[in-house]
Design a protein around this ligand. Structure first.
Ligand code: NOJ
Length: 579
């Protein structure tokens, strides 16, 4: 570990250990300053905005979003409070899995612009103080990638061993599919090759053979190329599959994993860019999470907390917080330099696969009762606003997003409460063009043929839900979300501090306390549609005043040290303790 990172970790640990004695604390370096965190640990408190360039803003009227359009919208993102943009795959692609089927890892899809447009975008984003991350999709390629084309043509092609083959159909050829109900197999016979090839995802996405050192070298080359172009890190696609050891005889239901692929990737990116990071997409059980971060933080710096996400939706659906509290505690043990990323919606279905059958059916009943809203036997393919419906519940969800022990990630369009289009296939329902205004095509494009239909009808049609209208309404979701983003910036304790779930004496209320460098926050959420009373037992020596950060009112805690808070239906409060 590099000395500065080590120092920062020790500083963080020091701030987490509340009972550190004088002599012990003399041994550790001074706690890091906010400037240190701004640099090396920037990801702990940033706001990530997930963008698919193709559907964000079209600048040339061809109905397809592009980098020039995105660049024109940087001011909007800055005003929203975005610190980091995460770009969905933008490389050349046949686009059969919305770009997650890449045909050239080093290019920019001509539909989205030129490499120069990309460079200009990065430059201007950086000038606005916005970092840019991108998807790293090296678990597989498109079947149209020249590597696969060559691999399937000749057994003696150097690319043959870049993929995973079997002469006979493997016994478990139809187990472990990622898209059950749509995908038929994970091994498919290729006539040209005369063998079966392995694909965890769709059959047009052959898996790369990560066991092959040449493939690992190529992955590093790809990473280096984009780091040199200015990206700040990578959202690593499908991590458990990327590192699984797959061959003709492996068991797709119990694969072994090679974690040192991640360790080497981490080291490699940091050699090239000291503060570059890996954000892993790995929906794993908390019992398996440790090696993904690495015991000493040597693997992923960040991971999406899919486990907490599913329990969060359960709590939003039932008003019961016990399982969310448990999920937060179960995912708590991570290295000091690591960070969870929390999200409400992403570009995929909400995966509820880790809930029990009865828990999942309660979430379905509330948020996705129609079978057209469900997908892959495990999830819901809707956007947040139509699913939650009640604006108070949506606001509660955003307050949670910004205050859970993690870094918030917002999917484009969620900040204005965009709807979904269930007539579109699978996950495309939540990938419709951004709604900017009441102009034709929602201000997304002046063209006539859209890359995907704009939502134009019903309560979520663009004449009702759009940026321009919400900008001028101080009570709009857009303005609330940017207020939360500002509030979060004032609360570095959340990303950097030690935290614990408090006992509130209410099943419906979640209270989390954060401590960092002598500062204490207590953030309380009522998941119930009824008002609730809850006990806050969080005062520390000398801190007997609770300042409500939302209205600046303060309340004194009495002699008992317990403050009784009254919360309205779906109410929430962010308190800072002060003396
Ligand atoms: C995970 C991505 O989130 C999803 O959209 C994609 O289909 C698969 N990985 C395959 O790349």
């Amino acid at each position: 570990m590099k000395p500065l990172i080590l120092m920062l970790c020790l500083g963080l640990l020091a701030s987490c250990q509340q009972n550190t004695s004088e002599t012990e604390s003399e041994k550790v370096p001074p706690a890091p300053t906010p400037t240190d965190f701004m640099n090396e640990l920037w990801y702990k408190n940033t706001l990530i905005y997930s963008v698919d360039v193709e559907v964000f803003q079209d600048s040339d009227g061809n109905g397809i979003g592009d980098f020039t359009g995105l660049t024109q919208r940087l001011d909007y993102l800055k005003q929203l409070g975005v610190g980091t943009i995460w770009l969905a795959p933008f490389q050349p692609t046949p686009n059969r899995d919305d770009g997650y089927d890449i045909a050239d890892f080093y290019g920019v899809d001509p539909n989205l612009g030129t490499p120069q447009d990309f460079d200009k975008f990065i430059r201007q984003a950086n000038q606005q103080g916005i970092r840019v991350m991108m998807d790293l999709v090296t678990n597989h390629t498109s079947d149209q990638h020249p590597w696969f084309r060559q691999a399937r043509q000749r057994t003696d092609s150097p690319y043959r061993s870049w993929y995973v083959w079997a002469k006979e159909r493997p016994e478990k050829w139809n187990k472990g599919m990622v898209f059950p109900g749509v995908q038929q197999a994970i091994w498919t016979f290729d006539k040209q090759a005369g063998e079966y090839y392995y694909h965890r995802f769709y059959d047009f996405q052959p898996d790369l053979n990560m066991q092959n050192p040449a493939v690992q070298r190529e992955m590093r080359k790809i990473v280096r190329y984009w780091l040199d172009k200015g990206v700040a890190g990578f959202r690593v696609d499908a991590v458990p599959f990327l590192i699984e050891i797959a061959d003709a005889n492996f068991d797709p239901e119990k694969p072994s994993h090679q974690f040192d692929i991640i360790t080497q990737l981490h080291q490699y990116i940091q050699w090239h860019k000291r503060d570059a990071i890996l954000l892993g997409e790995a929906n794993v059980d908390p019992k398996e999470q440790e090696p993904y971060f690495g015991k000493d933080g040597q693997n992923m710096q960040m991971m999406f907390n899919f486990f907490a996400n599913q329990h969060l939706f359960y709590a939003l659906a039932t008003a019961e917080t016990a399982s969310l509290k448990k999920a937060l505690n179960e995912t708590k043990a991570i290295p000091p330099t690591a960070q969870w990323a929390q999200f409400l919606r992403n570009h995929d279905e909400i995966d509820l696969g880790r809930l029990s059958d009865s828990e999942r059916s309660k979430v379905y009943a509330k948020f996705g009762p129609d079978t057209t809203m469900q997908l892959y036997d495990r999830g819901i393919r809707r956007r947040l606003a139509p699913m939650l419906g009640d604006p108070r519940l949506i606001e509660l969800a955003y307050s949670l997003l910004f205050s859970l022990p993690s870094m918030p990630v917002i999917r484009y369009g969620e900040e204005i409460g965009m709807g979904d289009d269930l007539t579109l296939q699978e996950r495309l329902s939540v990938r419709t063009p951004m709604q900017w205004s009441t102009s034709t095509n929602a201000g997304f494009s002046t063209g006539t043929k859209m890359v995907r239909p704009v939502i134009s009808q019903g309560p979520y049609g663009y004449s009702k839900v759009n940026v321009a209208t919400q900008r001028s309404d101080s009570a709009s979701l857009l303005n609330r979300v940017s207020r939360f983003a500002r509030l979060r910036k004032q609360c570095p304790e959340i990303g950097l501090g030690a935290w614990k779930v408090l006992d509130t004496k209410s099943d419906h209320v979640l209270a989390i306390q954060y401590n960092w460098q002598g500062r204490t926050l207590v953030i309380v959420h009522n998941f119930s549609p009824e008002p609730q009373q809850c006990a806050i037992n969080a005062t520390t020596k000398g801190q007997r005043k609770l300042v409500n950060l939302l209205d600046n009112q303060s309340s004194a805690v009495g002699a008992t040290g317990i403050y009784t808070a009254q919360l309205p239906a779906y109410g929430y409060t962010w308190y800072r303790l002060s003396s």
